[in-house]
Design a protein around this ligand. Sequence first.
Ligand SMILES: Nc1ncnc2c1ncn2[C@@H]1O[C@H](COP(=O)(O)OP(=O)(O)O)[C@@H](O)[C@H]1O
Ligand SMILES: [Mg+2]
Length: 146
Amino acid sequence: MYKQILVCSDGSANALHAAEAAATIAEKFDSQITVLSVFFPTPLLASFGEAPEAAACMDTVMSIGEGQHDAIQAATGKVFEDRGIPVTQMREFGHPVDTIVSAAEEIDADLIVIGSRGMSGFKSLLLGSVSDGVLHHAHCPILVIR
Ligand SMILES: Nc1ncnc2c1ncn2[C@@H]1O[C@H](COP(=O)(O)OP(=O)(O)O)[C@@H](O)[C@H]1O
Ligand SMILES: [Mg+2]
């Protein structure tokens, strides 16, 4: 039980709280932890339309994505490192919900740990679109942390 945990992080306060919860479970169940960060470049690239500069911008966008992965993985990884828990990093590019759901299947996760809200500012909603989508589509149990 809870041998393979997927921790989803966008670097937000809730995602770091989720990481703390996952660490506590991992200590009890000796779980393997995978920290997943997803960068979604498509909305930005689509806004470039047919502009000739679009292809050249791709490299810049992808390097912004790598920088974002670095920052998220470092902040989230530290939560586990401070508690002596090894993690596997997973950095993906794509639609966050679809990518999280596929990654959970790929690593055969038996628990997904995710924050209730993330980086966007709509505090009146209980769940963000990513946590809501994952709750609807994932194959395994989900722990939502706020
Ligand atoms: N790009 C992402 N990669 C990995 N996990 C994410 C990503 N975006 C959101 N999450 C996870 O989903 C949780 C909820 O975020 P989200 O649904 O995006 O809310 P909000 O609308 O407030 O940004 C986050 O705390 C994080 O655990
Ligand atoms: Mg978000």
